[in-house]
Design a protein around this ligand. Structure first.
Ligand code: HAS
Length: 550
């Protein structure tokens, strides 16, 4: 069990995560009904306001706070209790991130920032919204440096040794995050804030978007890598096998530092102002960042097979039946992984230049991110929640909570399957993303989007409603494990932190030489970004004034 003070810190992060989750999922429910023309909002509430709240609270806030809770618990467990300085700075990080979150949320709620989670210029929010976002990033940096400090103390006391796998993966994720944030910090500080407060009249739109996506693509790996930590380190323990290959796991993570950043243009393939050569180069690098995910898929199948064979499985797929299906910690994550097969394949489609022309700015992309961040990542976090909160509070995860957890995971899977399939098909039929309901004056193509079984906004709304029910079950489980379930007084009732053994004896030491990876990452970033970004600055068009379209 980790120290009481570290538990308090992690629990504070988780509490904010689930408050954001509660509000964010409610906004999601409203959205599917509005798009289906079944709900009219009161005059003081706008579709784009709730769409912004949904994106910011779920994609940015729920994930970030949950990730830090997981990191803090895992780092305290694998490297030992936090020292007073680390703890102090972790709290400072927490409060700064929370302050930024509250500021941004209030501005969305009062209708001053309906700019969606990508806050694309020339949509212009109140200046304080961008200050709020900047504080969120600064807060995560402070908390990240606190964790790096904790890691450095461990390295000093264990000279020449490779760190435990959990810590290595946490530090990799943090390094990637710190580098990625440079893009968003640059655009928020030097472009959005001066423009939104009226110190400059116009904004260079292409530059702001490019700096956003410099950050925006690695952001998706900032969500994914903590899920991968669970897949690499927690899942084998539940399967009762050691980590399949320590060096493969570390290499996969290091590849994310290298290739997750110089690829942002694959979100801008349809935009003018970037020549085809630079788009092509970044698409090639995008195909490189797929490799560590394929390595992860390979490792997961290896884990399953080894564990199944250990239990006597025979034949090509005999191991499948031997997996611990009755253990919700496993089943939840397995389903999360299964969703990532079509989710990842969809990413490969998006990244393919010509196919992107078909799907860009359609509901397909919304479908894609619901079966990447909305299920593989979110459902892994749910699977972690089931044991992480009881582990931190010292409460029981009772039988009835286990049953509910299964219901929650199954309903989330069904809801997501319906909603995301409908979104993918609707996208192929041309239904745009980022819009409220529109009948397009009864145009036959638009009317197609409201009938059919899989191709319909109705299916999307049914899926969305099931997801909302599932989210409420999860909130109930969270409240129970935080405050109400009985204390686990007997050892056999206590919930464990499942962390698998990893054999480091054959792992090359250079894998933990961060300067090599940071150096190569910067070289790749310079190759991919230096010329196009400087050309955007040197050949800047007149710039755009701000628009408030809501
Ligand atoms: Fe993406 C758009 C390309 C992964 C999230 N993506 C988005 C957006 C979000 C997002 C939020 O190239 C929308 C942004 C916006 O608002 O505009 N994406 C990719 C590629 C990958 C990818 C190449 N995306 C993710 C992940 C996300 C995420 C992960 C969140 C966590 N994405 C794009 C592109 C766009 C895009 C374009 C822009 C589209 C546009 O035009 O706007 C890759 O990283 C995917 C690699 C993954 C795999 C899958 C490996 C499978 C594994 C599971 C193994 C399963 C097991 C279980 C073991 C190759 C690891 C076995 C079970 C059985 C049942 C057998």
């Amino acid at each position: 069990m980790i120290a009481q003070q570290d538990r308090k810190l992690a629990l504070s992060y988780i509490s904010v995560a689930y408050i954001a989750f509660l509000i964010g999922t409610l906004m999601g429910l409203l959205q599917v009904f509005i798009r289906n023309d079944k709900l009219d909002l009161p005059a003081w509430l706008d579709y784009y306001q709730i769409l912004t709240a949904h994106g910011v609270l779920l994609a940015l806030i729920y994930t970030t706070f949950f990730i830090f809770a997981f990191f803090i618990t895992g780092m305290s467990k694998s490297l030992g209790t936090f020292g007073p300085k680390v703890r102090l700075w972790s709290w400072v990080g927490f409060w700064v991130t929370l302050l930024g979150t509250v500021m941004a949320t209030v501005l969305i709620v009062i209708g001053e920032a309906s700019v969606l989670y990508t806050f694309y210029a020339p949509l212009k929010a109140n200046g304080w919204y961008y200050v709020g976002l900047a504080l969120v990033i600064i807060g995560t940096w402070i908390a990240s440096f606190a964790l790096i400090g904790h890691y450095r103390v461990w390295r000093k006391n264990n000279k020449g040794q490779l760190s435990p796998l959990f810590a290595f993966m946490t530090i990799t994720t943090i390094i990637m995050w710190l580098i990625a944030c440079l893009g968003v910090v640059a655009t928020v500080l030097f472009q959005y804030i001066p423009w939104a407060f009226g110190w400059t009249d116009t904004i260079n739109v292409e530059l702001s978007r490019s700096l956003f996506w410099f950050f925006g693509h690695p952001l998706v790996y900032f969500w994914l890598l903590p899920a991968y930590i669970a897949w690499y380190v927690i899942v084998p323990k539940i399967l009762n096998v050691p980590v399949f290959s320590d060096s493969l796991a570390r290499l996969a993570f290091v590849l994310f530092i290298l290739f997750s950043i110089p690829v942002g243009f694959h979100h801008q393939l349809t935009e003018p102002g970037i020549t085809n050569f630079w788009k092509f180069l970044q698409v090639v690098l995008t195909f490189m960042v797929i490799i560590p995910s394929l390595m992860t898929a390979f490792t997961m199948f290896a884990n399953f097979e080894i564990s199944g064979r250990k239990k006597g499985a025979t034949g090509l797929f005999g191991w499948f039946k031997k997996l611990p299906w009755k253990d919700i910690r496993f089943t939840s994550i397995f389903i999360a992984m299964a969703f990532f097969i079509p989710g990842g394949a969809g990413g490969i489609i998006n990244a393919s230049f010509q196919l992107n022309e078909v799907v860009h700015n359609t509901l397909w992309v919304v479908g894609h991110f619901h079966i990447t961040v909305g299920t593989p990542v979110a459902m892994t976090f749910m699977g972690l929640t089931f044991w992480l909160i009881p582990y931190l509070t010292g409460r029981k995860f009772t039988k009835s909570m286990k049953v509910l957890a299964f219901v929650q995971i199954i309903t989330w899977s069904i809801g997501m399957l319906l909603m995301s399939t409908a979104q993918h098909v609707l996208g192929l039929l041309g239904a745009p993303r980022r819009t409220a309901y529109s009948g397009y004056n009864g145009h036959p193509s638009a009317m197609e989007w409201f009938d059919g079984i899989l191709s319909s906004h109705v299916t999307m709304a049914v899926g969305g409603s099931i997801l909302f029910v599932s989210a409420m079950i999860l909130i109930y489980i969270v409240v129970m494990s935080m405050f109400l379930s009985p204390k686990a007084l007997k050892v056999e009732d206590q919930v464990e932190f499942p962390m698998a053994e990893s054999d480091k004896s054959h792992t090359p030491k250079w894998l933990e030489n961060w300067w090599i990876w940071i150096g190569i990452a910067f070289v790749l970033i310079i190759i991919a970004y230096a010329i196009p970004l400087s050309s955007m600055i040197m050949h800047a068009p007149p710039g755009s004034e701000g628009f408030k379209t809501w």
